[in-house]
Design a protein around this ligand. Structure first.
Ligand SMILES: Nc1nc2c(c(=O)[nH]1)N(C=O)[C@@H](CNc1ccc(C(=O)N[C@@H](CCC(=O)O)C(=O)O)cc1)CN2
Ligand SMILES: Nc1nc2c(ncn2[C@@H]2O[C@H](COP(=O)(O)OP(=O)(O)OP(=O)(O)O)[C@@H](O)[C@H]2O)c(=O)[nH]1
Ligand SMILES: [Mg+2]
Length: 447
């Protein structure tokens, strides 16, 4: 496999705009030569910080800064990498990139450094995706989870399972060659037991990946309830700022108001909506229509009712909650309740959006709804792509188990292959050659 790139890429690696320091990164076979010319030096010592002047075509200094050379393969991309660390002025940094291009580099596409790291085997595909997730993480918990994926925690579990499926495939393929014999004599019981274990491992991995996906993508939570229940006040309390207009007039909110909030490390895309009731002018009715529309796409409904008359509130919105995957009932305005208030229905929470009472318990519940109750350990980020692949693998293993049950070995082997390939799609490290290698090394001697 020779995927080594022949061209050298350049880009500003730091965020756009003015900063203390700005970095231009080069990667590829000409990176070191370009850097030597640009810095006017005969040689650059790898992994050594040289303070130099970055020179323009006429030998004039563009800037002064630090140059760093990472020699292949010990670099981020696996190629020669050079960093030009200059002053954080975007005009200067662009001029440095232009100078690199004049000396033989070309502008990098978005993600191309990490793509090269993947193509050179420094990262697998899931790890490369985790780099983007780490950079985009909205808080420390999400960043920690993305870092675990980047370190390979998710990939290692996928690969361990892929290895086990490979072994099961090898066993099944071998048994096909002796199809005249009964499956029992070919270790059929062992095969079934192994497959059973793999299915359990896959189910556990799928659960963790689904939580990882929610950690990354956030949960789409729609706040609904009758007018004046305190929906907009709740949005403001969760957002920590006065985003929505709050008044004591029923029917204040009409438009949908969207706000991304982080609750104990879990991301929620909150949507405030118009109060639901059988009244209102044309504008309010359009607001309610939008609220119901939004509910149809929600992963969670946060149903807010007035704690002093929760039954009326529930009656007003219950019909609209059909089909919403999860519903959290909030009895708001708890501060106005008498001390001897009746007990809450199961799963409901009492809060006060204005005093903050009960908000800590609400945070904990929301976090659990997003990422589950699992302890912090083992958390990693995942993407919809990964969850889809794991589901495909799950369907393959189910089909394989059914085929084995019917002693249809050919079919079982085919489904096992589908499942194995689905896992391979996640890291893109499993390929046909690996299977062939295993099969030939184990079964072909003397045959
Ligand atoms: N200045 C700077 N800071 C940075 C990066 C960078 O590229 N440049 N990174 C960019 O994402 C992140 C760090 N990631 C990196 C990953 C690998 C290597 C690297 O050179 N790896 C070699 C050597 C390993 C070693 O000696 O520890 C290797 O893996 O062989 C460098 C940075 C965050 N901070
Ligand atoms: N005492 C008390 N008042 C609250 C609480 N939450 C909201 N309110 C008050 O209730 C009134 C209505 O609050 P909003 O947040 O506008 O209610 P809403 O559900 O968004 O109402 P609509 O947008 O009209 O559907 C305001 O006067 C708030 O100050 C609470 O927890 N305790
Ligand atoms: Mg409102």
């Amino acid at each position: 496999m020779n995927r080594a790139a022949s061209d050298t890429i350049a880009a500003v690696a730091t965020a756009p705009g003015v900063g203390g320091v700005g970095i231009v990164r080069l990667s590829g076979p000409a990176a070191a030569a370009i850097a030597r010319t640009l810095c006017g030096r005969q040689a650059l010592r790898p992994r050594h910080a040289h303070h130099v002047r970055f020179l323009d075509a006429d030998g004039e200094a563009l800037d002064d800064g630090i140059v760093l050379l990472f020699q292949a393969p010990a670099s981020y991309t696996g190629e020669d990498v050079v960093e030009l660390q200059g002053h954080g002025n975007p005009v200067l940094l662009q001029a440095l990139v232009a100078r690199c291009c004049a000396l033989g580099a070309r502008m990098a596409r978005p993600g191309e450094f990490t793509e090269r790291a993947f193509l050179n085997g420094r990262l697998d595909l899931a790890q490369a995706e985790a780099v983007a997730d780490l950079v985009a993480a909205g808080d420390l918990t999400a960043a920690r989870a993305a870092r675990r994926s980047l370190e390979g925690r998710f990939s290692h579990r996928v690969e361990a399972l892929a290895d086990e499926l490979l072994a099961i495939r090898v066993h099944a393929e071998a048994a096909i060659d002796f199809a005249d014999e009964p499956l029992e004599t070919l270790g059929g019981a062992q095969l079934v037991a192994r497959l059973q274990r793999a299915r359990a491992d896959l189910a556990a991995l799928l659960g963790d990946a689904e939580r990882g996906r929610r950690l990354r993508d956030g949960l789409h939570a729609v706040i609904v309830g009758p007018p004046n229940a305190g929906k907009s006040s709740l949005l403001n309390a969760l957002a920590g700022s006065e985003r929505a207009i709050v008044t004591d007039v029923a029917g204040t909110t009409r438009d949908l108001l969207r706000e991304t909030v982080h609750v104990d490390g879990a991301e929620l895309v909150l949507v405030d909506t118009a109060g639901l009731r059988d009244a209102g002018d044309t504008i309010e009715r359009e607001g309610m229509r939008r609220a119901r529309d939004e509910l149809g796409r929600a992963g969670l409904a946060i149903a807010v009712v007035d704690a002093r008359d929760p039954d009326a509130g529930r009656a007003a919105v219950a019909a609209d909650l059909d089909g919403v995957p999860q519903v959290l009932w909030l009895h708001n305005k708890a501060d106005l309740l008498p001390a001897d208030a009746p007990p809450l229905p199961d799963g409901a929470l009492r809060v006060s959006a204005t005093t903050g009472a009960g908000m800590a318990a609400l945070h904990a519940r929301l976090r659990a709804l997003v990422v589950g109750d699992a302890s912090g350990e083992g958390e990693f980020t995942a993407r919809a792509r990964h969850v889809d692949a794991l589901r495909r693998a799950q369907r393959g293993l189910e089909a394989a188990a059914a085929a084995l049950d019917a002693e249809a070995l050919d079919l079982a082997a085919e489904s096992l292959r589908d499942a194995h390939h689905a896992l391979g799609d996640i890291t893109r490290r499993v390929d046909a050659d690996a299977l062939l290698g295993h099969i030939f090394s184990r079964f072909c001697i003397g045959k």
